[in-house]
Design a protein around this ligand. Structure first.
Ligand SMILES: [Zn+2]
Length: 475
């Protein structure tokens, strides 16, 4: 604690600027000894326009709160999608990310601008785009890049002591990193580690994450899989085999399989799994695999950086996996469906108007076909609702509100190829980093509760916090 003007100053202020009750926009304001930082600047994927933004007005309203630096951990929209808006509202902010995340941002943010414009033109949204491609070109020059393991300075203008930052590869997707913040407080070193989305274990392309060697004081911990007991009971290898057998059954009966996948990460990992299953002859080598859109550009970046960022096998190339481009015209897609095939399309949560949603509408009424979910799906997303409907044995499903209910006859199943750590691994991370405080973020209510209960039980010396959106936490 600082004694300044006779008043004790908290060492760290933490405020979640996004929704904390569900998985929404990741954006955390952190004030460390006079320096103002934001960790990630995401949008809520289930909202649109201003509704999807973090609550920047809380910063504008409080004269003691300000932002000197923004640190972006990876290029998923719920972590980076509102960055252009932050830069418009706080033009002096310096932005830090890894080099690959910057390359991904230059691809994915313009794609997001185009999608927002199209939604408005099609009358699907009442909101204008939050930013346009021209603005993005100017902002891109402001992004400072740092390699993991390198210290960089994030001390603010009014910072009373130097604050240093360092990225650690997080395993989650290409370029993803956690960040360690270090500063001196009354001669004592304080360490804060933000895991962001993290995976301790290897996936098909990317190895597990790296973490600080020494203990930290505060751990800001994701809790996505906190309410998923199944994830810890299976292994990736077993899931891959189960997936291979399930896909094969569908192909054998003349059906096609849709795998909705996030354009960054899940899509490339699924292609790597399909490649292995074909080589091991679980799947026929000649079954066509269709991909489309941004995931192909992202795959190219995976390949171009394969000797520069961590890989299980640097010789593996996503584009070595034979792929066809999904035809643009609906008639041509319907023709393609005459042949059994695998479709890997975004978005992972099957949001309305996405390719995966439109493909699902074509497959859902035919019992030969299958939709196999491979990542996290929010309960209120079309993918989450499809899964719940299938499990409940429902006869109809609404994939698109304008179209209305359709008979649910295709096979629906879920496989765990998550890019997130399962909950026991997250507890292991607490054990390894020995924090005094854990702040739980990025998980729905059940997930965060499970994590909180278990940390309190196994590590009673740790203080656990479940901050609500906008409520400052003083440590
Ligand atoms: Zn992510």
């Amino acid at each position: 604690m600082h004694a300044l003007n006779g008043k004790a100053q908290p060492q760290m202020i933490f405020v979640a600027l996004g929704d904390t009750e569900a998985i929404g926009a990741n954006c955390y304001f952190v004030k460390l000894d006079g320096t103002g930082l934001v960790l990630d600047v995401g949008v809520d994927p289930n909202e649109e326009g201003p509704e999807s933004l973090p609550r920047f007005e809380l910063i504008h309203r409080n004269p003691d709160w300000y932002i000197d630096h923004a640190i972006i951990t990876h290029a998923h929209h719920d972590h980076i999608g509102a960055l252009p808006v932050l830069l418009r509202e706080f033009p002096h902010v310096l932005v830090h990310m890894t080099r690959v995340t910057r390359q991904l941002a230059d691809l994915l943010l313009p794609a997001s601008a185009r999608l927002q414009r199209r939604r408005l033109q099609e009358g699907r949204s009442n909101y204008g785009p939050l930013f346009d491609e021209k603005q993005l070109e100017g902002y891109s020059y402001l992004y400072l890049t740092h390699e993991p393991g390198q210290d960089f300075n994030v001390t603010g203008l009014r910072g009373r002591s130097p604050v240093r930052a360092r990225f650690y590869y997080a395993g989650h997707v290409l370029g993803a990193a956690g960040v360690l913040l270090t500063h001196e407080e009354d001669g004592r070193r304080q360490r804060v580690f933000y895991t962001s989305d993290t995976n301790l274990r290897a996936q098909a392309i990317i190895p597990g994450g790296d973490y600080p060697e020494e203990p930290v004081d505060v751990l800001i911990l994701e809790s996505t899989a906190g309410a998923d007991p199944e994830a810890e009971r299976t292994t990736r290898r077993l899931e891959e085999e189960r997936f291979g057998e399930a896909v094969r059954r569908v192909l054998d009966r003349g059906g096609s399989v849709l795998v909705p996948a996030f354009a960054l990460g899940r899509a490339q990992e699924v292609l790597a799994v399909i490649d292995r299953l074909k080589r091991e002859k679980t799947l026929p080598a000649d079954v066509p695999v269709y991909t489309a859109g941004t995931m192909r550009a992202v795959a190219d970046l995976y390949d171009r950086t394969r000797f520069l960022t961590p890989r299980l096998d640097p010789s593996f190339e996503v584009f070595r996996v034979e792929q066809r481009r999904l035809p643009r015209r609906l008639e041509a897609v319907k023709q393609a469906l005459a042949e059994a095939a695998i479709y890997v399309l975004s978005s992972g949560m099957m949001f309305e108007r996405s390719l995966s949603n439109r493909m699902a509408q074509l497959l859902v009424e035919d019992e030969r076909h299958a939709i196999f979910l491979v990542g996290f799906a929010r309960e209120d997303s079309p993918a989450g609702q499809l899964l719940a409907a299938a499990e409940a044995g429902a006869e109809a499903i609404v994939l698109d509100k304008q179209r209305g209910p359709q008979p649910l006859r295709c096979e629906v199943a879920r496989f765990r190829f998550s890019g997130h750590s399962h909950r026991r691994d997250l507890l292991r991370l607490v054990e390894r980093l020995q924090p005094r405080h854990v702040i739980l973020v990025h998980g729905d209510e059940d997930a965060r509760e499970w994590m909180a209960d278990n940390i309190r039980f196994f590590y009673p010396e740790v203080t656990v916090w479940l901050p609500r959106s906008g409520e400052p936490l003083e440590l």
